[in-house]
Design a protein around this ligand. Structure first.
Ligand code: FES
Length: 166
């Protein structure tokens, strides 16, 4: 009887542990997998322009893009890394985009700062109609070439990813 109970508990722990490992693996896969494409839908209506304050980065899930405002200008930046397509998150503490796959870093305007990316992050056109911001996810403009930065490239605080060793 005791043996059966012990066997049952061991089986439960084995199954539970396996499920935890599978869940962790799936979460990592979803976070890091290359995106097949950028948004690629159509025109998405957003909020009024003033809803995006200086220094902010708002993720628009439907378009897989971020709306940022830096240097007083609004930007619609594709989440897909120009290097090998990983989903790039925005790091609130540094105020930069930091790719978790190979370490490319971009400023809040999507301009390249460091890492293996061949250019800045790709962008979608924005327009204001009837006081609302519209982003055209069907059009993807190639990111700025390396070394053509127009906006500030300094981090405003600590990075979310590990800084490369000097
Ligand atoms: S996929 Fe982003 S740096 Fe490689």
């Amino acid at each position: 009887m005791d043996q059966t109970r012990r066997d049952l508990l061991e089986a439960g722990w084995t199954v539970g542990g396996g499920l935890l490992i599978a869940a962790a693996g799936w979460t990592s896969f979803v976070a890091l997998k290359p995106l097949a494409s950028a948004g690629g839908g159509g025109v998405l209506p957003l909020l009024e322009p003033d809803a995006y304050p200086e220094g902010s980065a708002t993720f628009v899930r439907q378009g897989r893009l971020f709306i940022t405002r830096t240097g007083g200008e609004l930007h619609a930046i594709s989440q897909k890394c120009p290097h090998l397509g990983c989903a790039v998150p925005f790091c609130e503490s540094s105020g930069q985009f930091e790719c978790p796959c190979h370490g490319s870093v971009f400023n809040a305007a999507g301009e390249w700062i460091s890492g293996p990316s061949p250019r800045g992050m790709d962008r979608h056109p924005l327009q204001v109609t009837d006081g609302r911001l519209l982003v055209n996810t069907a059009v993807l403009e190639e990111g700025a070439p390396l070394g053509s930065r127009k906006f500030d490239g300094r981090a405003r605080g600590p990075r979310c990813t590990t800084e490369p060793a000097d």
